[in-house]
Design a protein around this ligand. Structure first.
Ligand code: NDP
Length: 311
């Protein structure tokens, strides 16, 4: 068993975590960053990133490597394990890692991110990466001239459907109700787009396809009002039904909203417990951008530094 101690422990290896590490290290706080086994966060499953200032166009994984290199350059101590348990009832706080390491910390920055939600169908899992995707901007390009469907009725689903019209010839939006949750302006764009057809009150029951090569050819849909079942021919399915914040570690110790996002003081990364800060998608369900996560990581490190100075 290894025991470590630090002024600032950062949990998470996405843009928020790396930026917090860079700021905390440059403030001489000798941070420890616990990254998990596949660091980089959601940008690792993105291809071209064209809206991160400083890079006209860069691949998601490459951008994350730059951030990791920079955090390492300023001597962040990085640990490739996951945190299994946090004890926030004592000072210093204690983190128990799955590899047996125990870390004591005066302050903690939670930057554990969020994960895309899936429908939970076996066939969805089977065709994931072979026609089923969770990211139109990553995979839309592969559907040039084809027919695709998007599931969901929120801003993400509408944006993905609109984005996909740049590649696909026909885009179905499948929604389980008869009205969308997305903003009015986005809805207007969607409903006025001749390439998009909305299939209301319907859910996907199965993704169907070929075995060799593994590829999607259609969907089995059920109308939830009439119970009518129909088959829809599509080449791809994009699932855009929201995200789940990865806040399980603190679900019993910090204030969360009804969807599980960590609540922070407006304009701050301060959580409901002094000395614990949250940055990035685990506390932000509105913007969810790499650049906003990075900005919140910066805020969290500065706020952690102030907290340590005032104690
Ligand atoms: P939302 O939670 O807003 O929407 C999820 C959608 O998926 C809902 O329409 C929901 O249906 C549907 N859904 C959920 N579970 C299922 C299921 N199992 N089967 C079928 N449908 C399902 O998530 P988003 O990712 O769209 O947005 C998340 C947040 O990010 C929101 O606050 C959004 O406003 C914000 N955002 C903002 C953007 C912008 O401002 N440009 C862009 C993208 C996101 P139902 O409506 O029936 O609940």
């Amino acid at each position: 068993m290894t025991s470590l101690s630090t002024e600032v422990l950062i949990i998470g290896g996405g843009p928020a975590g790396y930026t917090a590490a860079i700021y905390a290290a440059r403030a001489n706080l000798a941070p420890i960053q616990v990254l998990g086994y596949q660091p980089g966060g959601q940008l690792m499953i993105t291809t071209d990133v064209e809206n991160y200032p400083g890079f006209t166009s860069i691949q998601g994984p490459e951008l994350m490597q730059h951030m990791a290199d920079q955090a390492e350059h300023v001597e962040t101590q990085m640990i490739h394990e996951t945190v299994e348990k946090l004890d926030l009832g004592t000072q210093p706080f204690k983190a128990y890692l799955d590899g047996g390491t125990i870390i004591e910390a005066q302050a903690i920055i939670l930057a554990t991110g969020a994960q895309a939600k899936w429908l939970g169908l076996d066939s969805e899992k089977k065709f994931l990466g072979y026609g089923v995707s969770g990211c139109a901007t990553c995979d839309g390009f592969f559907f040039k001239g084809k027919t695709v469907a998007v599931v969901g009725g929120g801003n993400t689903a509408v944006e993905e459907a609109l984005y996909l019209t740049h590649h696909a010839n026909k885009v179905y939006l499948i929604h389980r109700r008869d009205s969308l949750r997305a903003e009015k302006i986005a809805q207007d764009r969607l409903l006025n787009n001749p390439k998009i057809e909305v299939i209301w009150n319907s859910v996907v029951e199965e993704v169907t396809g070929d075995e060799n090569p593994l590829s999607v050819t259609g969907l089995t849909l059920k109308n939830v009002q009439t119970q009518e079942v129909q088959n829809l021919s599509v080449d791809g399915l994009f699932v855009a039904i929201g995200h789940t914040p990865q806040s399980q570690l603190v679900k019993d110790t910090l204030d969360l909203d009804e969807e599980g996002y960590i609540l922070t003081t407006p304009g701050s990364t301060q959580t409901s417990l002094k000395g614990i800060f949250a940055a990035g998608d685990v506390q932000d369900k509105t913007f969810r951008q790499a650049i906003t996560a990075a900005g919140q990581g910066c805020m969290a490190a500065l706020e952690a530094e102030r907290h340590l100075n005032s104690n």
